[in-house]
Design a protein around this ligand. Structure first.
Ligand code: IPE
Ligand code: IPE
Ligand code: MG
Length: 247
């Protein structure tokens, strides 16, 4: 079985999970954070090279202020508690998205986690925080424009590789497998450029119910896909002389 080099997960359904149990949405986020830990551990055990977790989108600011601040408080707790474990599992921690709008304490902890894991050689774990695919493209277009303006780049240099290198995700390969839980079937502004040839796996499970065995199911399903990248994978018969296609 092939393990995808990069798995990205849209962890969705925390609020619905809590609502089903007559709890406030925050309980879903608390349980969701625990599940994130279990899935990180499973990915390490499966030797996944890159795991990206979509944790907070540029659109999630639209939620009630008390939910946003509870999410930030949870994130602070998580980043404080898991630091040792990241090192124990030889994980290199990264973030994508704009950290500047996040609370100062979150920003500091992110830097601390990135710094303390930078010499690790195992899995790249990336938290997408205040991340939006369109914003990422806008930011890279701005940087390219600046470099052209200052003659560090010529417009004829612009190609796929160059754009890749200006994205925040430049250090990782494109996600081979994107998993979304909670039976929603959309990207919600995640990895717009990078998902060009990703395989999608949609799980009915709400994120707090997603388990390591669901992750294995997603990987098994990934292995059954025929990835053609626009080409052909079946061996083709030798070409026949062309007949008039109109008969
Ligand atoms: C995903 O769960 C977590 C975040 C987006 C932060 P939701 O909070 O979106 O849960 P639902 O989709 O409302 O159930
Ligand atoms: C996507 O989930 C963002 C994260 C999982 C962080 P949302 O719950 O925000 O997406 P929509 O609103 O259903 O599209
Ligand atoms: Mg949701």
């Amino acid at each position: 079985m092939i393990t995808p080099r990069h798995i990205a997960i849209i962890m969705d359904g925390n609020g619905r999970w809590a609502k089903k149990r007559n709890h406030q949405r925050v309980y879903g986020h608390i349980r969701g954070a625990k599940v994130a830990y279990d899935i990180i551990k499973s990915c390490v055990e499966l030797s996944v090279e890159n795991l990206t977790l979509f944790a907070f989108s540029t659109e999630n600011w639209k939620r009630p202020q008390h939910e946003v601040s509870l999410l930030m408080t949870l994130l602070i707790k998580y980043l404080k508690n898991e630091q040792k474990k990241l090192n124990k599992y030889n994980i290199r921690f990264h973030t994508i998205g704009n950290p500047r709008l996040l609370p100062k304490e979150v920003q500091e902890l992110l830097i601390e986690n990135i710094e303390s894991t930078k010499n690790n050689t195992g899995m790249n774990l990336t938290f997408a925080l205040n991340y939006g695919g369109r914003q990422e493209v806008i930011d890279s277009v701005k940087k390219i424009a600046e470099d052209i303006k200052h003659n560090r780049l010529d417009s004829s240099d612009i190609n796929e590789q160059l754009i890749n290198s200006y994205l925040q995700s430049a250090f990782m390969p494109d996600p081979e497998l994107i998993i979304r839980t909670s039976n929603e079937r959309r990207l919600s502004n995640f990895f717009l450029w990078q998902a060009a040839y990703s395989e999608f796996y949609f799980s009915d499970k709400l994120w707090p119910d997603f388990s390591p065995s669901d992750l294995t199911k997603a990987i098994v399903d990934f292995n059954s896909r025929n990835r053609r990248f626009g080409g052909l994978t079946e061996p083709q018969p030798p070409p026949q002389p062309m007949r008039n296609i109109h008969g």
